[in-house]
Design a binder for this molecule. Structure first.
Ligand code: MRU
Length: 345
């Protein structure tokens, strides 16, 4: 069973509703740009690359039915991209995709409205297709770092559901399966939203990949038992100096990996690298609603009025990262010079 996260179908943007997984497979159609904003904000669609692709289509959805001349549509496009940029703060793919759509729109020379709209839709489709190729390439590079029979720990969901195919951190697992290489994946459940349990375990299990779900507090134990030879995570933003923002809990896993001398790899499409952000200290970290911690499955698990702190992401410093794996190649022991150089490949 292959689940399609994002689809352009019958001239409409259709999203798999990830808030309903693993119990229900249902799709929602985006009719307006407000629908797209809500889908990103409420995590119907989530994961940095998937957010970027959705936002790209969202920019088109916002002008799709507007009857006006091209100059006015260009103004509208700028408003829409600004609006969608407020949907979530951390994953830089959102801003990258919106800027690309805006730049494309503003550079179009035609005065024909239909041509203008079609060119914008083509740009969104190009971003979508590029994501698939990027992930496959990341998977090929990551596979060169792994050996048959190894155990790999992953945190959160940087899987097919967080992208448009293969995932980033999970790409080597899908490719290993294609090539008959046996990897044993361990998925952290990833509190408070349980992306590891509800999404990673779900998608890998259904793909026939050897996956074992653990609670977040079991990572040290499986490392100490020698069950894990590598950690692979995705990311929401990599700063110019190689600091990495990813789902809350990633930092703890990186520290554990260092302690047990296990390589810690970060799967990173180049659109997730933010060269304008000097270090992790400047990455905006989203704080989400207290109910995610207080009522993780709908029932209160703590006193209703207890104080809650719920940052959705953390920053792993570059010195804990063994390598960043991009679609253009592997950056070992990342630093600013090496990260900038990858863009010239
Ligand atoms: O809050 P989420 O579910 O959008 O967070 C997702 C993650 O942190 C992923 O690890 C990251 O976006 C990489 S997805 C390839």
């Amino acid at each position: 069973m292959e689940l399609v996260t994002i689809e352009w179908k019958n001239n409409r943007l259709v999203l798999l509703d990830q808030t309903k997984l693993p119990n229900q497979i249902s799709y929602v159609t985006m009719h307006t740009v407000q629908d797209v904003w809500i889908a990103i904000n409420t995590m119907i669609v989530r994961g940095a690359p998937a957010i970027g692709v959705t936002a790209a289509y969202g920019a088109y959805v916002g002008i799709q039915n507007v009857e006006d001349n091209v100059d006015k549509l260009k103004e509208k496009l700028q408003e829409i991209t600004q609006y969608l940029a407020t949907s979530r703060p951390t994953a830089v793919n959102l801003f990258w995709a919106l800027n690309r759509m805006k730049d494309k729109g503003l550079s179009i020379k035609t005065s024909d409205v239909l041509t203008f709209k079609n060119l914008l839709l083509e740009e969104a489709k190009a971003i979508h297709q590029e994501d698939i190729a990027i992930n496959r390439s990341i998977g090929e590079y990551l596979l060169t770092l792994l050996n048959d029979g190894q155990g790999v720990l992953t945190h959160c969901n940087a899987g097919a559901l967080a992208t448009t195919k293969y995932g980033t951190a999970t790409a080597p697992f899908y490719l290993a399966k294609e090539k008959g290489i046996n990897l044993k994946v361990f998925a952290d459940e990833t509190r408070p939203r349980f992306q590891g349990a509800m999404l990673t375990a779900f998608e890998l299990y259904h793909a026939g990949i050897d996956v074992t779900l653990i609670t977040d507090n079991m990572a040290a134990t499986i490392m100490s038992q020698g069950k894990v030879q590598a950690v692979i995570v995705g990311c929401d933003r990599v700063a110019a100096n190689g600091d990495v923002a990813n789902k809350i809990g990633t930092l703890g896993v990186a520290i554990l990996a260092k302690h047990y001398n296990i390589p810690f790899y970060v799967a990173t499409p180049t659109p997730t690298i933010d060269l304008d952000c000097p270090s992790g200290a400047e990455i905006p970290i989203e704080e989400r609603h207290s109910s995610e911690v207080l009522k993780p499955t709908g029932q209160f698990v703590a006193p209703q009025d207890v104080k809650i702190y719920n940052p959705a992401f953390d920053v792993t410093p570059a010195h804990l990262v063994s390598a960043i794996i991009t679609e253009k190649g592997i950056i070992e022991h990342p630093c600013e010079e090496k990260i900038r150089a990858i863009f010239h490949k």
